[in-house]
Design a protein around this ligand. Structure first.
Ligand code: FAD
Ligand code: NAP
Length: 537
């Protein structure tokens, strides 16, 4: 429980903002070490991504068992995954179960947005204020578990306020079931969210118009019910499976092929691609070791996927429009169930911005350069202000009243993605500079939580007041993150890793792409060397 001071503000050891996978795990960890903790969450329940993204078809694209916590063997044994890739309601139930089972609900204030977090240098504490009252909450540690895909991007399209029909954003979907039957629907965007929603909306709607600005690469997920025998096998070896998982660059999926796409003959290459195509989903990226780095190797993967689209989509003119120009992987690839076949349906029309870009919204729908599409519903599958969006919405002030937005004005700067110089005792989970968004995020999140938990324990055990990244260590890490990214093909298109989906955002590659195992080793080394790169006082 908190202490109540004379001024009636609440005092905690730590405050955690957000109650998704990261926030819940952090709360559990801090409670376990005996700290008093408080959490704030905008939503009315736990779940984060899985609370907000209730659109039809939403499911994970990392296998269910892999996309789950490893911190409790009891939890692993008692939870049964029903599908290879769990759907949103099941992942949300899992997180609700976690919150219940580990007694986390008591610490969380729902329906509460953190407005500001200010570091009080004289007292070495964070002062947090929310949108619910004037009350101040103070804590020694402030941990942002605000999510990297949690700030929905609604593009500024002319005439937005003129539109009078219903509209939805995939990342802020209503709780009640939305029925699109007998409706004319427009979906804007063709990223992962749209690729999951489109086949289902198409099966309900009278007419669906898919507004595509840039096509993306997608591989069938091959989702299926989880056979009981398979689940038993996983449960019997969860911990060893997790140890293997942590050795993989993406902390998930099938082990990548170590061969180069250019070292093998055409037949061997086709065989490898067919194997990974059959496995399905994001594992396809691991068909050869150089898909992400060598343009020629990448071209071979693109050719293979192009043929698959050609085999599926009947209208040859449409095929051309659905084939992306960018390197496979540059925009985060998608994992689908029947996406391309959806374009064979009579009630589905692709509106390609290369022929007819969206010009504005009207009272009745969307106006392209060629015509007006009269719609009952518009679905914005337009993504997120990724990695920094939710942090930018909070007035975060460190030493000398420096705001985080000012410090990050030319792009985010962190040391290991965990902290940022000038903001003592302030941690970010899965923030810019961390590899999490390029890997299985739950494994990344648990690694961050363990590191932060151990660090706080160390500070407490050794009566330390504060920890703060050293500016030079931070600069070196930012440089390293950029240098590693520049060796890949991932900087050459407009993706959200670069902030290029948000007009005006600095174009800086935000996640660390050196692979999860290398990152973990670096974090361990920092601790072994006495928190090298951090200033502790
Ligand atoms: P979130 O789940 O985003 O939670 C952050 C929480 O913080 C939110 O609930 C938000 O309301 C709250 N918050 C933010 N600002 C404030 C504030 N100021 N005050 C109070 N609360 C605040 N990753 C994978 O690895 N595999 C997948 O298959 C996968 N599928 C995905 C599918 C979708 C549709 C999306 C959008 C993302 C997916 N991701 C996936 C990424 C996913 O975001 C992470 O896996 C993970 O759920 C992130 O957890 P988190 O707790 O860090 O953030
Ligand atoms: P996204 O990948 O950023 O896709 C957004 C789409 O909207 C893009 O096609 C984009 O086109 C389009 N768009 C944006 N602004 C537009 C505008 N003004 N006019 C026209 N089109 C516009 O977002 P997302 O699909 O929500 O996915 C975000 C991330 O969440 C994914 O990359 C993934 O990490 C995660 N996710 C995972 C799953 C899963 O399978 N488990 C599902 C959903 C999301 P451009 O490409 O031209 O910018």
């Amino acid at each position: 429980m908190s202490n109540k001071s004379q001024e009636e503000h609440e005092v905690y050891d730590a405050i955690v903002v957000g109650a998704g996978f990261a926030g819940l795990c952090m709360l559990h960890r801090l409670k376990t070490v005996g700290l008093s903790v408080k959490s704030f969450e905008v939503g009315t329940g736990v779940g984060g991504t899985w609370y907000w993204n209730r659109y039809p078809g939403a499911r994970c694209d990392v296998e269910s068992w892999e996309y789950s916590y490893g911190f409790s063997e009891e939890l692993e044994q008692e939870w049964n995954w029903s599908e290879r890739y769990a759907a949103q309601p099941e992942i949300l139930s899992y997180l609700e179960h976690v919150a219940e089972r580990f007694d986390l609900y008591d610490c969380i204030d729902f329906n509460t947005r953190v407005k500001s977090a200010t570091f009080d240098e004289s007292e070495t504490k964070w002062v947090i204020q929310t949108d619910q009252s004037e009350k101040r909450f103070t804590s020694k540690y402030c941990i942002m578990a605000t999510g990297c895909l949690s700030s929905a991007n609604i593009p500024k399209i002319e005439g937005f306020s003129d539109y009078q029909g219903e509209s939805f954003h995939t990342g802020n979907w209503p709780k009640e079931k939305i029925d699109f039957s007998k409706k004319k629907v427009g979906i804007i965007g063709t990223g992962s969210s749209s690729i999951q929603a489109t086949p289902i909306v198409a099966s309900q709607a009278e007419q669906l118009f898919v507004f595509q600005r840039t096509p993306n690469w997608s591989v069938p997920a091959r989702n299926a019910p989880m056979p009981a025998s398979e689940l038993d096998k996983i449960k019997a070896s969860y911990q060893s499976l997790r140890r293997e998982q942590r050795k993989l660059p993406l902390a998930a999926q099938r082990p990548p092929n170590r061969a180069s796409a250019l070292e093998v003959n055409a037949e061997q290459r086709k065989e490898a691609y067919e194997n990974y195509w059959e496995i399905g989903g994001l594992s396809f990226l691991g068909a050869f070791k150089d898909i992400a780095t060598n343009p020629e190797a990448n071209e071979t993967a693109k050719k293979f996927l192009t043929r698959k689209i050609e085999e599926t989509v009947l209208d040859k003119d449409l095929v051309k429009k659905l084939i992306p120009d960018h390197y496979l992987g540059c925009k985060r690839p998608c994992s689908d169930t029947g996406y391309y076949a959806t374009f064979n349906r009579k009630n589905v029309t692709l509106v390609d911005s290369r022929d007819e870009p969206i010009v504005r919204l009207s009272k009745d729908g969307i106006v392209s350069a060629k015509k007006e599409y009269r719609l009952d519903s518009i679905i914005f599958a337009t993504g997120f202000d990724a990695m920094t969006g939710s942090l930018d919405k909070i007035d975060i002030r460190g030493r000398n009243n420096l705001t985080l937005t000012k410090k990050w004005e030319a792009g985010p700067k962190t040391y290991l993605g965990l902290g940022t110089a000038g903001f003592p005792n302030f941690f970010v989970i899965a923030g810019p500079g961390s590899p999490s968004v390029l890997a299985n995020m739950v494994v990344g999140i648990e690694q961050h939580v363990d590191w932060i938990g151990d660090c706080i324990q160390y500070l407490e055990d050794n009566d330390k007041k504060q920890i703060d990244p050293d500016p030079s260590a931070e600069s070196e890490w930012v440089e390293h993150v950029n240098e590693v990214a520049s060796r890949t093909l991932y900087t050459g298109c407009n993706n959200w890793y670069l902030g290029a989906n948000i007009p005006g955002k600095p174009r800086v590659f935000m996640p660390y792409i050196g692979g999860f195992p290398k990152y973990v080793r670096k974090c361990e080394q920092v601790v072994e060397d006495g928190y090298v790169g951090f200033n502790i006082s």
